[in-house]
Design a protein around this ligand. Structure first.
Ligand SMILES: Cc1ncc(COP(=O)(O)O)c(C=O)c1O
Length: 433
């Protein structure tokens, strides 16, 4: 029997509501560490999707892509930021199954290239709903995107404006503002965006060129763990919009607050509900006629993929134990150099799902075994010394053939991997199948 998308979304929402309640086995005496909390959740999840069976069937390394998790994250965004239009950042995980899940949910997309539009078109996405966010494009990029349906583009410089000459009047632009955020490792404000105090001149230039300015966009930096940068940027942008509407006698209709919502890798991050509360309070000052847009990438895609890798070899070196894996920073772990993330790595042995009935002694022994950790350096397979995934990762003693698992591996991993040294791209298996 087939289930409708609506039924499936409702079931995922119910499951998410159940799992956000306090776990009954968390004792008040023993506060589990973040790693331990992630391990418990991953153990239950790995058992549910049968990660060892998947690796047996499909080989290693392997990405396990769970499209229901895409829906769970989109539900959280819709619940905490009601009325906000979601434009998934395609670049973070450009996989057809993810595109279909986002589209089926009723969200749309942010794109930055011809290749991303190709992917969305192949999956039957309504391109006219999408935003083209690249601030620097060729005339061919712009006309090609227009002919395929894109109507809203982004500009952040005078030189970009002339490239829209000759396009019909249904084209509009968002002006990208730059709000530096030195607190994040992925500050996106230096390469793109105009300073708010220079925005007036750019808007005036667009208007002189006959280009409609729909509003503004910004990105406060990827993996931003406080609402404050959004609140400051929203406050500043709304003030600017009010002033420019008055000065130029125009009406804006769009405020795009970008992506940047954080994910817990090796450290906890504030609950999304808390972050969203701050953002909602800042957005309350926006005129009701404004469409508010978000462009989440990592928040939607990171939880959707888990990575399974195998140990190829181990050795003791002067600085301690090393284990060499069949995937590394030029492959699935490309989020380490490109995004400065620190994914957790677990031995599959630490994740054995707890049998329903387990004698007390076996339970204690299993837990003790799993706790006997020692620091190990995890290296990838390429022949250069940059390919190090983690140093001093606490893991049980590893042997060649052991399976390792990393959660939260959907964002900027598959998308940024290279084929350096001849290693093939990490295959993806989609669950539920
Ligand atoms: C224009 C734009 N929007 C959205 C995103 C997604 O950001 P994040 O993955 O931090 O949500 C990016 C990331 O680079 C971006 O450049």
């Amino acid at each position: 029997m087939t289930t409708t998308i609506a039924e499936r979304t409702r079931r995922i929402a119910e499951r998410a509501a159940r799992t956000t309640r306090t776990e009954p086995d968390a004792t008040p005496l023993e506060q589990p560490t973040h790693r331990e909390e992630v391990r418990r959740e991953l153990a239950a999840y790995a058992a549910r999707v049968r990660v060892t069976d998947l690796v047996r069937e499909h080989g290693s390394p392997l990405f396990v892509l769970d499209v229901d998790r895409v829906t769970t994250q989109l539900l959280a965004l819709r619940r905490e930021l009601p009325g906000v239009q979601i434009h998934f950042a395609t670049k973070s995980l450009p996989h057809p199954a993810v595109i279909r899940a986002v589209d089926a949910f009723g969200a749309t997309f942010e794109v930055a290239s011809r290749g991303e539009i190709d992917l969305l078109e192949r999956e039957g996405v309504a391109i006219e709903q999408c935003l083209h966010t690249h601030p620097v494009k060729t005339v061919a990029d712009i006309t090609g995107a227009y002919l395929r349906g894109i109507r809203t583009f982004v500009v952040d410089s005078h030189s970009e404006v002339g490239k829209f000459r000759g396009l019909p009047a249904d084209v509009a632009v968002l002006v990208r503002l730059s709000f530096p955020n030195p607190a994040v490792t992925c500050d996106l404000s230096s390469k793109f965006g105009v300073a708010p105090e220079e925005a007036d001149a750019l808007v005036a230039h667009c208007l002189r060129a006959g280009l409609r300015v729909a509003g503004f966009t910004f990105h406060v930096g990827s993996q931003t763990v406080s609402a404050r940068p959004w609140m400051r940027a929203i406050h500043r942008t709304l003030g600017l919009m009010r002033r420019l509407e008055h000065a130029h006698g125009i009406r804006f209709d769009t405020l795009d607050i970008g992506g940047g919502f954080p994910i817990a890798y090796d450290e906890p991050v504030p609950a999304f509900a808390d972050l969203a509360r701050g953002i909602r309070s800042a957005l309350a000052a926006a005129p009701s006629r404004y469409r508010i847009l978000v462009e989440p990438g990592r928040f939607v895609s990171a939880p959707a993929m888990m990575l399974a890798t195998r140990v190829v070899g181990t050795t003791e070196r002067a600085d301690g134990a090393w284990a060499y894996l069949d995937d590394g920073v030029y492959g699935a772990y490309s989020n380490i150099p490109s995004e400065q993330t620190h994914p957790l790595v677990f031995a599959a042995a630490e994740l054995d799902a707890q049998p329903v009935r387990e004698p007390e002694r076996a339970r204690v022994e299993r837990r003790l075994r799993a706790r006997r950790h020692r620091p190990v350096t995890l290296a990838g397979p390429t022949c250069d010394s940059l390919d190090v995934i983690a140093r001093d990762m606490p893991l049980p003693t590893l042997r060649a053939g052991d399976l390792l698992v990393s959660p939260m591996m959907g964002a900027y991993t598959l998308a940024t991997a290279t084929g350096f040294n001849g290693f093939a791209p990490t295959p993806v298996v989609v669950v539920p199948a």
